[in-house]
Design a protein around this ligand. Structure first.
Ligand SMILES: [Zn+2]
Length: 394
């Protein structure tokens, strides 16, 4: 396979030669190919890796009823958005429910082709703050103290596939759990937390490596200086994921946080719920009613939590467009935040990183219009195969 386009970060078009699953070489195109390309506004970048996807296109990963057909529907729809790898994310619930969801995910990963798209399961909770605000849309009755034995039982249900855990370090038992998770090679993220700054520092010392959707899952008001947001921003040992949908964080906050964290430690995530990739309207998310508005805002309706953001209806293509606009980063930096950076954090650099010889051919080909800031995805390539072609419609 030959792919033509400009590599994000470079100005001249290249020819990427793929043999089997691997990028064999990259060279300047032949003069006639170059002429045929003309002024084509075609770009090539690493495909995307989303570390937090609760569901997509009507498929909910927080369901013990997840089927192989369901996971393939979600995989196909995510490929239409440039995502080839993602961490299905299971959030705070009863042990029995979590066990059922994790068993279902382990079952669908019995298919090696599906497992290849899902490098790890992200367990977000249930060991999180019980306070309103930090808890976000997670159910109060299931937020609980950290319990290593419970983790081991859940990991068994997941067939050992849990590779990322988001927890609140101030929850009793959390700090020793962070040490054990880190020792087991699992990426620990701080999230849904009301921790004192000192506890954030202790969590980093214990082995926490990321802040999950930094700036969200927090109180409406916090002390201006001594708080968990500044402390995480200042912690060089922490990567940070951001939901850049324009609702979870205002543009100025995205800009400041990305600059404080540095592009290299910033990760774009969608935190997509099952209603993402679906038309605006009302949906049921587990036991919660939500509405997705035409501007992609997804919030709870009815009850005490009405109006609270409930995950997002965004995809990473729009996230990349937004972060270029909000934070003033380059196309190269924005695509790296959705691909190279999460791959590095999750130990997937051998499969996804830069578009260069010797790497597995997991790339996207797209048009980018800097004036309007819009990205039009043309093709998604995974392991050297075209898995989405906009012109073919599939
Ligand atoms: Zn969350």
């Amino acid at each position: 396979m030959r792919i033509h386009g400009k590599l994000a970060g470079q100005s001249e078009p290249v020819e990427v030669i793929v043999e089997g699953r691997t990028i064999h070489s990259i060279r300047a195109p032949e003069p006639e190919t170059r002429q045929a390309l003309g002024g084509a506004n075609c770009w090539v970048a690493p495909a995307f890796f989303d570390v937090q996807v609760n569901g997509f296109a009507g498929v909910d990963f927080n369901s013990p009823g997840l089927s192989p057909e369901g996971i393939w529907d979600a995989i196909a729809k995510l490929r239409e958005k440039g995502v080839v790898f993602f961490c299905p994310t299971v959030i705070t619930h009863s042990f029995e429910h979590l066990a059922g969801c994790l068993r279902a995910l382990d079952h669908v990963c019995g298919d090696p082709a599906a497992a290849s798209c899902l490098p790890a399961i992200h367990l977000e909770g249930p060991w999180i703050s019980r306070e309103d605000g930090p808890r976000g849309a997670h159910p109060l009755e299931h937020a609980r103290e950290a319990d290593w034995d419970e983790f081991l039982r859940l990991q068994e249900c997941a067939g050992g596939r849990i590779g990322m855990v988001t927890l609140a370090p101030e929850v009793p038992g959390a700090l020793p759990m962070i040490e054990r998770l880190a020792a087991a090679g699992i990426v620990v993220a701080i999230g849904h937390t009301a921790a004192e700054p000192r506890t954030i520092r202790e969590a980093v010392q214990a082995g926490a490596r990321m802040s999950t959707h930094l700036g969200n899952g927090s109180h409406l008001q916090i002390p201006r200086h001594h708080n968990y947001v500044w402390e995480q921003l200042a912690a060089d040992g922490l990567w940070a994921s951001f939901i850049v949908d324009g609702h979870h964080l205002p543009p100025a906050v995205v800009k400041c946080m990305v600059r404080a964290k540095g592009v290299q430690r910033s990760i774009l995530t969608s935190d997509a719920i099952s209603a993402a990739g679906m038309p605006p309207g009302n949906y049921r998310l587990g036991a919660v009613d939500i509405v997705v508005q035409p501007n992609y805002r997804a919030e709870r309706v009815g009850g005490a939590g009405s109006g609270i953001l409930a995950g997002s209806a965004l995809d990473l293509l729009r996230g990349v467009e937004n972060v270029i606009r909000f934070a003033g980063v380059t196309l190269y930096e924005a695509t790296a935040m959705a691909s190279t950076n999460p791959a590095c954090l999750m130990g997937l650099s051998n499969r996804l990183g830069k578009v260069e010889p010797g790497r597995e051919a997991n790339v996207i080909i797209f048009e980018w219009k800097p004036d309007s800031g819009s990205i039009h995805l043309k093709q998604t390539v995974m392991e050297g195969q075209v898995v989405y072609d906009a012109d073919a419609g599939a």
